[in-house]
Design a protein around this ligand. Structure first.
Ligand code: NA7
Length: 535
């Protein structure tokens, strides 16, 4: 990074992904001095680190892009319906260049601590290069899926081959040609990497603990007619996306799956299956709230798996049965199930026979040993709270965020935390974040924070802090909403179930981005209701 150290700034932003970059852009417009710290050697966050082959967004390219600049929106050309990681990384680099953002970013630098000083109402932020900077505002743009998790397998250090985590993929291409490869994990990242590795490897062992529901992407080059239409109608489209549930304009069938005939259900699911992508979840209005409705969709997908996978025993092992469809992130794939028809692919069930240890030659499950040259960990992330809690954050009275969140994250609006004045989390726990097109959620948070900071300056206020009452109210409201859904039935990373010892608290806000935005706007309109503002 070319940025020079500064010991005093108006705001520090942690992270130079989509959230950090847009926050920087907006705060600069206000005339604030800003310093961004980024652990990676380039911009992009998630898209900088997740370089594994097959990495691709599961939101359509024309949706998964910034809306703040008409010019940017018009000039950028996406090539595919679902962009690959390299294309998204090119886009975000283009944004950094176009708006000259790099000069305020210090790369290769990890924030290690942030401590609030009550006497000055400022944050002291420490970095792993030993430097410290003082800032009025500390804005965490640390990402929801950035703390990669390698399970604590016994013997990992003894393994003589190479191993990689999908979320920390090296910059050099990994060549699987002629290798015996093991992929551990069969969720979003696993279903993307597995078909590609299978094409190259001598043999691929897929270690599956929980089968995923996956729908085909039906990825294709962008239809030029659709692109022209979108570029002519972007403003209106984006408005609808902002008011929607998931931050994308989705064709949601208002009917219950139980109110139609089996034939109509089959037609609806088939049409969406053919179209590809997560629009499948819009087939009926109650798939995420009624178990019996959900089961009709689940059975449809199971039937597709049985029809695709030739070996009935393998097909059976791939059927998800232990949680409702969509209560863990629905996967979007290209030839995932087909991959299990290849002679060089073996599915290994590590639910009934768990991985016991890694060995110098590979790994050993309870019942067998596998010789491997390369192991790919597609084992996920300490989601939503991991990246925040990896930083020693101390608020008023030197109280740590770790203590405060010992029983699970508590925030006001997913944006602010009682006891931690002038600290904000972009797409933090308690906001729609991962339950939406994250670009829409990021822009909403950044715009709201920009207005908030403008308000503070105009009223000569130095400090803003969520009240405990407002926070308690928000946590209770968020919990009430999720308890009306099927989500709590699944062991998912949404609820912290993938990290041993993590409190079981559902972290994303499920009320939808449109309704959520209204709530945030109402809070601002009432002079930042639920916050204490001080001079
Ligand atoms: P996920 O969705 O957390 O999936 C992790 C996968 O790794 C999942 O299949 C896990 O099985 C498996 N896993 C984790 N630990 C182990 C151990 N110890 N043994 C065997 N298998 C294990 O991460 P992804 O990277 O795929 O996706 C994260 C998000 O990124 C995704 O939702 C999108 O939003 C983008 P389990 O299900 O726990 O039995």
């Amino acid at each position: 990074g070319g940025a020079k150290p500064a010991s005093n700034v108006d705001a520090v932003i942690v992270g130079a992904g989509f959230a950090g970059l847009y926050m920087l852009y907006r705060l600069r417009q206000l005339g604030l001095s800003v310093r961004v710290y980024e652990a990676g050697s380039g911009v992009g966050g998630t898209w900088f680190f997740n370089r594994y082959p097959g990495a691709r967004c599961d939101i359509e390219s024309l949706d998964y892009s910034y809306s703040f600049s008409r010019e940017l929106e018009q000039e950028w050309k996406w090539t595919e319906r679902y962009a690959t990681q390299p294309e998204i990384l090119r886009y975000i680099n283009h944004v950094a260049d176009r708006f000259e953002l790099r000069r305020d970013i210090q790369f290769d630098t990890r924030v290690t601590a942030a401590v609030f000083d009550e006497a000055t109402n400022r944050w002291a932020i420490q970095t792993d290069d030993g430097a410290s900077v003082s800032a009025r505002f500390c804005i965490m743009a640390t990402g929801c899926l950035s703390a990669a998790k390698v399970p604590d397998f016994k013997g990992l250090e003894s393994f003589k081959g190479r191993w990689y985590h999908t979320g920390r993929w090296p910059h050099e291409a990994v060549d699987f040609t002629g290798q015996r490869v093991g992929v551990i994990g069969t969720s979003s990242s696993g279903v993307q990497v597995i078909p590609i590795v299978a094409e190259q490897a001598a043999h691929l062992f897929v270690f599956q603990r929980t089968p995923s529901f996956s729908v085909p992407a039906r990825n294709a080059p962008i239809d030029p007619a659709y692109e022209s239409w979108m570029k002519a109608n972007y403003a209106e489209y984006r408005r609808k996306a902002r008011e929607s549930r998931a931050g994308v304009v989705m064709d949601v069938n208002e009917k219950s799956a139980l109110d139609v005939s089996p034939e109509e259900r089959e037609r609806e699911y088939t049409a969406r299956w053919k179209k590809g992508g997560t629009g499948f979840l819009g087939a009926f209005s109650d798939l995420r709230i009624r178990r019996e409705s959900n089961e009709t969709a689940a059975e449809f997908v199971r039937a597709r798996i049985r029809a695709t996978v030739r070996d009935p025993a393998v097909a059976e092992a791939l059927l998800p049965r232990t949680y409702p469809l969509g209560t863990r992130r629905l996967c979007v794939d290209t030839h995932y199930y087909e991959t299990f028809n290849r002679d060089n692919v073996t599915l290994v069930d590590v639910k009934t026979s768990p991985i016991e240890e890694l060995t110098p030659k590979g790994l050993r499950t309870r019942s067998a040993e596998y010789a491997l040259d390369i192991i790919v960990f597609a084992t996920g992330f300490d989601a939503m709270t991991g990246a925040l809690l990896n930083i020693d954050i101390r608020g008023r009275g030197n109280a740590t965020l770790k203590q405060k969140w010992a029983d699970g994250p508590r925030t006001y609006l997913g944006l602010a935390i009682a006891g931690f004045p002038n600290l904000f989390t972009i797409t933090g726990p308690g906001s729609p974040s991962v339950f939406s097109n994250t670009l829409v959620s990021i822009e909403q948070h950044v715009d709201w924070l920009t207005d908030c900071i403008t308000y503070l300056r105009e009223h000569r206020l130095e400090r803003i802090e969520a009240t405990v009452e407002a926070e308690d109210g928000w946590v209770a409201h968020a919990r009430e909403l999720v308890e009306r859904t099927l989500f709590p039935l699944a062991d998912s990373w949404y609820i912290g179930a993938n990290i041993p010892g993590k409190p079981r608290v559902f972290m994303p806000y499920v009320g939808g981005v449109g309704a959520y935005r209204q709530k945030c706007d109402a809070v601002a309109a009432r002079g930042y209701e639920g916050f204490t503002l001080t001079r």
